[in-house]
Design a protein around this ligand. Structure first.
Ligand SMILES: Cc1ncc(COP(=O)(O)O)c(C=O)c1O
Length: 381
């Protein structure tokens, strides 16, 4: 265990009580708690609909299905993301067309480069709001409109992050969220699909549960006695135990994010004068989730980045890399292309600890150790 982990759960007795209450209700699968969580989540992000899901990977899979992505269609997506964003495209037999990011200061997909990658086979764009900072959604939505493309937002990092007064996940055709333990809302496993489109919601709801026209809870409560299967679907459902955790976590979210803003400010103050460190999105002023705290080493190498990470590790500080590039993985070799900015970032990025209970003393210590590591490496080389 690290003295300062990368992430810490924001859990208390409220979560314990919520789970006990659900267990005692005698209904633990998809039911009223999922419905309540969906209603609250849709309201919180200003989307018309929210569908609770088993996880975000399944939400992305279902989103691709509902977006009508088929075999051999092309889908433009970032390579600087978690594998699930792109795996979902492959589940449909479609082709990921990797697009570079804006710059080492803005790690989101570049709309100008998106436009150059559009072909007659392009069906959709999947964007990912890195660390909760929004992609350039106005430009992306304009391109999508011009070329009749669907837009799926992988908003895993950004529950309640705002873009020009709107929350992420409610801007494109479909939004996908994750509630994996280390996310801003933690339910262990879990996810949410959001949309403002009636057809996508209705089809998504059916396909989430085998294509069945009624749910077990409706039958258990006497509101239905049988069902039809109108399309071959999946079991992508969340259960009421996780939903009850999600309801509590969602209530705590805004305060958690406000505290994270302080943590980010402490980091910026501590690192501002270290020339070798770039803080992506440093001048961003909108309200964001600050899911993670990424840093990029300037004029650096993978060797230097790994040295710095190891130094922090030896000093009890956990770090990570967000992310290894998808187009470099063996399973994605055939779709690889030249993405120079993404490639610089994957070799020179360090994610340092970020969570709402991180103290200023912890942040100061991390900044000092980071500075020491850079100096030590530079002296030796
Ligand atoms: C950007 C991104 N997309 C998708 C996922 C997949 O989410 P889940 O673990 O809920 O399937 C994650 C989770 O780490 C993620 O960070």
């Amino acid at each position: 265990m690290y003295d300062i982990p990368l992430f810490d759960l924001n859990y208390g007795t409220e979560e314990e009580e919520a789970v006990v209450e659900t267990i005692r209700s005698n209904w633990i699968s998809t039911g009223p708690k999922c419905e309540e969580f969906e209603k609250n989540f849709a309201e919180a992000i200003g989307a018309k609909y929210a569908l609770s899901m088993s996880n975000c990977t399944d939400a992305l899979h279902l989103a691709c299905y509902c977006a009508g992505i088929k075999n051999n269609d092309e889908v433009i997506c970032p390579s600087l993301t978690f594998a699930a964003t792109v795996n979902a495209i492959r589940y449909m037999g479609a082709i990921p067309v990797f697009c570079d990011i804006v710059s080492i200061k803005d790690l989101t997909i570049d709309p100008k480069k998106i436009e150059r990658l559009i072909s007659p086979k392009t069906k959709a764009i999947i964007v990912m709001d890195y660390a909760g900072f929004p992609c350039q959604m106005d430009e992306i939505m304009l391109i999508a409109k011009k070329h009749s493309l669907m837009v799926i937002e992988d908003a895993c990092h950004g529950p309640m992050s705002e873009y020009k007064g709107k929350c992420l996940g409610g801007i494109g055709d479909i939004g996908c969220f994750s509630f994996f333990s280390n996310k801003n809302i933690s339910t262990g496993e879990g996810g949410m699909l959001t949309t403002n489109n009636d057809d996508i919601y209705n089809r998504g709801k059916l396909l989430r549960s085998h294509g069945m026209t009624t749910m077990s809870f409706q039958r258990a409560t006497g509101h239905a006695t049988d069902y039809d299967i109108c399309e071959i679907g999946y079991n992508f459902r969340m259960d009421d135990i996780r939903a009850s955790l999600g309801i509590v976590q969602l209530k705590k979210l805004r305060n958690d994010l406000i505290k994270r803003q302080d943590v980010r400010r402490w980091y910026i103050n501590g690192l501002m004068n270290i020339d070798e460190v770039i803080i992506p999105f440093v001048n961003h002023t909108g309200f964001v989730s600050n899911y993670i705290m990424p840093l990029i080493l300037k004029d650096s190498t993978k060797e230097k980045r790994d040295y710095v990470r190891n130094y922090l590790h030896e000093n009890g500080i956990q770090t990570s890399i967000h992310y290894p590039a998808i187009h470099k993985f063996s399973a994605y070799q055939e779709f690889s292309r030249n993405l120079p900015i993404t490639e610089y970032v994957v070799d020179n990025e360090i994610t340092v600890p970020m969570y709402s209970s991180l103290s200023k003393a912890n942040v100061d210590y991390i900044c000092i150790k980071l500075y020491e590591a850079i100096r030590q490496f530079d002296t030796k080389n």
